[in-house]
Every structure is written in structure tokens, then in C-alpha cells.
Design a protein around this ligand. Structure first.
Ligand code: AHR
Length: 499
């Protein structure tokens, strides 16, 4: 019997909806085919955006979308993607498959996509190969209402009113594909570039995000903050990013298959996923030194699994399947983000459609929701909730000493309507567990639950799109302040408690 303790009287922080964000990059079939098919496509669309995909994203309440990269961001020149489509410049997408990028999806199209989804906008600017003027003008183009060269150009291109840019990233992975910079150098560039990201009287000021570290590179975090953190005038940034991908065997050269794996790889993958907590604590401790009041958000704007590409697909397109293993990775990470919501203010899984740990896969007119989609859909109730004090008893499980994992993870929040949401993951691929949940000084009026569970390799294909889907879970009972249920192996669960 494993005991879960929840104290509804102790609130530990606000869970920003942005923790449930996603990332769209000009990479493989993410933008073209996955999101944007053009107005003349036979695939049902509104202003070129796939209706099936937009509807699915609305259902899972996608709160914020990052664009245009990734590595693509630091070679993207936004002026190539505005104006009449027939005159837009074509370029080679050197990072991702060397394909021709015709720039038919640009700023106006991204803003239209976000309008249809109803999500916030996170634009990533180009520091690696772009100028300060270019970045500054992009912000002016998007957000200035009055008379100015860029605002006039936007109007000439058919958009009278400015858009809201909720977040603006000043470069991406500038320690790597974004310019191979040293942190001190990037820190100085950040100071300069961010100066020209003006707030043009917008109702909502643009939040600026500095490029943070790659996984365990704590030196980067330390040096960027040392260079940029301005103790006299306050912080120059609203967020500092962090990128961490789960690679099953930890080796970039042979990452492992998305669908063909054994128990050893299952636990290695989950163990490497849990390393996220070490990273949040490690980078968080450095951030605390400069910013003890936690005004700067940790923005984990790239995370998820990264496998070898699906056999027979373009290696530069990074197309991979998503199984129950990915559902567990998503559930574990989202529970961690909730638990660390005092510092983690945004997270964006990579990438939305047809790339790494995507929530949606498409093939021509067909679309499937991946197991990862279903986890986001189950966890959406945490968005804008208050994190509650909770704890679950666990034991270590796994097949190799170095890759043992706790058998269960959890997080709990209370929503504005008073309902309590518990999300749980069972990391075992072989054991079901009896769980008792105790709610301190609280009588439970009613409970309902849904569950995602299947054999560990299970995934959805275009021929069998509903192999993995959520089902309501009847095996849960409430008595007084106690819940009892058996949680099946390899599962992710959402429990809604009315008190
Ligand atoms: O997600 C794929 C790539 O991974 C992104 O473009 C880059 O930022 C990261 O290295």
C-alpha cells in the first residue's frame, strides 16, 4: 500500500498555465503540413491553418506557443516572411534537412495561428546572425500602434492593429547553434539587444527571455546572470531559458528507437527524465543567489524525448513516434514543473507536430493524437491552479542500479472553482500499486478519475489512431477523507476531487 498525503490547507505557489506550453519550429513537417497547409489545400483549413490540428490544440488548452525556432531562429530573418507570398525570399533551411524554406509561413501567419488556437505568443529573435536593428524593428512591426516605418509596413501588409507579443526570446542556444558564444559574451550581447525591445505602450509589456543553459551547464547560468543581472536597476530579463532533452541511452550518436525498446531502456529513459529535477534545483540555486525573490522565471522552453528518426524518414526532419513511454516522460516532467512552480514559469515541449515529442502527428489529411497529447489533455486542469502541499510514499524500482526510479510521482493543485486535481504516474512497466490518498481535515464529497494505460510500446498510428486514449477510471473509492484505488502499471492518471 502506498500512501498519498494532500493538505488542501497549504498552498505552495501558483501554477502558470504557461508550464503547459509548446514549441513550433521550421523543422521537418512541423509548420508546413503539420500546422499550415495553405488556403488552397484540400485539407480543411481556416486561412491556411489545419482545422483538425487547431481544434485538437484548443481542446488541450494550449496556452502559449514558441516560434520560429530553435536553431532555425538564429538564421531567420523576419522580413523574408512578410508581404505578398509570391515575392517572399526562399532560403535553405541549413539546420534541418537542407530543404527550401519558401517563407510562406511568417509573422502574420504565426499570429493568425495563435489567434485561432487562442494562445499566447512567444517569438524567438535572432542574435546569432541578426542585427540589433533587425530585432528591434521586428518588435516595432508587431507591437507598435502609432505611425512609424515598421507599423506602417505592417498596415501595408494588411494588419492594421498591432499584435500582442507575450514573450520574446533574445537568441536561442547561443552557446551552440546560435553562435557558439561564451556566456560572458552572450551576456553582454543580451544587455545590448534587450535594450531595444521596447514596450510601445502595449497593454501587456513584452516579457524578455535570455538564452539559458544546455542541461547541466551551470557555468553558463552563473556567468550570464553575473553579466546581466543589474543589482542597481533591477533585472534586465523576465526569464532565463533551460533546454534539456531525454535521450534514452544518453548518447547523441545512437539515441535509440522510439518504439523498439526493452525494460532496461524504459527505466533509463525515465531515470534520465527525472534528472530534470536536479537541473531545476541546480540552476534554481544559482538564480536564487541573484534573484532571491524569484522574479526571473526559469523557462524550460525545450524539453522532451529525442530518439533516432523513424526508419526511412529524412534524418534532418527529426520525425519520431510517441509511445506510452513518452506519456510517462510527459507526466513525470509536468508533475515536476508543477512542484517547482515557484521558479519554473514556462515550459515548452518540443515540438508541437511531427517532430520530437509531438502531441500531434499528421500524414496528408490524417491526424493522430499521441499519448503525450492525452497527458497534456489530462493535466490541463492544473493550469492557473494553486499547488497544494502533497507527498507520496515510493520505493525505488528498475533493472539496473544506476537507473533506479521511484515507482510513483504526483502533483496536486486546487482550481479556482475549488476542485482538487491530482495527477499521478506509475513508472513501473510490470507492477500495479494499491494507493490510499489522505486529505488533511477535509471530507471528500465526490471523486472521478481518468487514466491512460497500455502496454509500454503502445502508440497511435494512422491506421489505428485510438490504440492509446484516455478512459474513465471507475476503480476509485472515496470514504471520509480517504481515497483508495489500484493504479495499473505503466499509467498516467488524473483524479478530480470535490470537497
Ligand atoms: O528541437 C530541435 C533543436 O534542439 C532545436 O532547434 C534546438 O534549439 C535544440 O538544439
Amino acid at each position: 500500500m502506498y500512501k498519498l498525503y494532500v493538505n488542501p490547507n497549504v498552498k505552495k505557489g501558483h501554477i502558470n498555465k504557461e508550464l503547459y506550453g509548446n514549441f513550433s519550429e521550421h523543422l521537418g513537417r512541423c509548420i508546413y503540413e503539420g500546422l499550415y497547409v495553405g488556403e488552397n489545400s484540400d485539407i480543411p483549413n481556416v486561412n491556411g491553418m489545419r482545422t483538425d490540428v487547431v481544434e485538437a490544440l484548443k481542446e488541450m488548452k494550449l496556452p502559449v506557443l514558441r516560434w520560429p525556432g530553435g536553431c532555425f531562429a538564429d538564421e531567420y530573418h523576419w522580413k523574408d516572411g512578410i508581404g505578398p507570398k509570391e515575392t517572399r525570399k526562399k532560403m535553405i533551411n541549413t539546420h534541418w534537412g537542407g530543404v527550401v524554406e519558401d517563407n510562406s509561413f511568417g509573422t502574420h501567419e504565426f499570429m493568425e495561428l495563435c489567434r485561432q488556437i487562442g494562445c499566447e505568443t512567444y517569438i524567438n529573435g535572432n542574435v546569432g546572425s541578426g542585427t540589433v536593428q533587425e530585432m528591434s524593428e521586428w518588435v516595432e512591426y508587431m507591437t507598435f500602434k502609432g505611425v512609424s516605418p515598421m507599423a506602417d509596413l505592417r498596415k501595408k501588409n494588411g494588419h492594421e492593429e498591432p499584435w500582442t507579443v507575450d514573450y520574446f526570446g533574445v537568441g536561442n542556444e547561443n552557446w551552440g547553434c546560435g553562435g557558439n558564444m561564451r556566456p560572458e559574451y552572450y551576456g553582454d550581447l543580451y544587455r545590448r539587444y534587450q535594450t531595444y525591445i521596447r514596450n510601445y505602450g502595449a497593454v501587456k509589456p513584452v516579457k524578455k527571455i535570455a538564452c539559458g543553459a544546455n542541461a547541466g551547464d551551470f557555468h553558463w547560468t552563473e556567468k550570464v546572470l553575473e553579466t546581466c543581472f543589474d543589482h542597481s536597476s533591477g533585472c534586465l530579463m523576465d526569464g532565463l531559458s533551460l533546454h534539456y532533452y531525454t535521450i534514452p541511452n544518453g548518447r547523441w550518436e545512437v539515441k535509440g528507437s522510439s518504439t523498439d525498446f526493452d525494460e532496461k531502456s524504459w527505466y533509463q529513459t525515465l531515470s534520465r527524465t527525472l534528472y530534470m529535477e536536479t537541473l531545476i534545483k541546480g540552476h534554481g540555486a544559482i538564480m536564487d543567489k541573484y534573484d532571491p525573490d524569484k522574479k526571473i522565471g526559469m523557462m524550460i522552453d525545450e524539453w522532451g524525448t529525442w530518439y533516432d528518426v523513424e526508419p526511412g524518414t529524412n534524418p534532418g526532419f527529426l520525425y519520431q513516434q510517441s509511445t506510452m513511454r513518452d506519456a510517462l516522460v510527459a507526466g513525470i516532467n509536468l508533475n515536476l514543473f508543477n512542484k517547482h512552480c515557484d521558479r519554473v514559469k514556462m515550459a515548452n515541449i518540443a515540438q508541437l507536430v511531427n517532430v520530437l515529442q509531438s502531441v500531434i502527428l499528421t500524414e496528408g489529411p490524417k491526424m493522430v493524437k499521441t499519448p503525450t497529447y492525452h497527458v497534456f489533455n489530462m493535466y490541463k486542469f492544473h493550469q492557473e491552479g494553486e499547488l497544494l502541499d502533497s507527498h507520496i510514499d515510493t520505493e525505488l524500482i528498475g533493472v539496473e542500479d544506476d537507473f533506479k526510479v521511484p515507482n510513483l510521482t504526483e502533483s496536486v493543485s486546487v482550481a479556482a472553482d475549488g476542485k482538487i486535481h491530482v495527477t499521478l504516474t506509475n513508472l513501473s512497466c510490470s507492477e500495479d500499486y494499491d494507493i490510499e490518498g489522505f486529505f488533511a481535515e477535509t471530507d471528500i464529497k465526490s471523486v472521478k478519475a481518468d487514466i491512460l494505460t497500455e502496454e509500454m510500446h503502445a502508440h497511435n498510428t494512422f491506421d489505428a489512431p485510438e490504440t492509446v486514449k484516455t478512459a474513465s477510471f471507475a476503480g476509485i473509492k472515496a470514504t471520509g477523507n480517504k481515497l483508495s484505488f489500484k493504479m495499473p502499471k505503466c499509467s498516467v492518471m488524473h483524479i478530480e476531487v470535490t470537497v
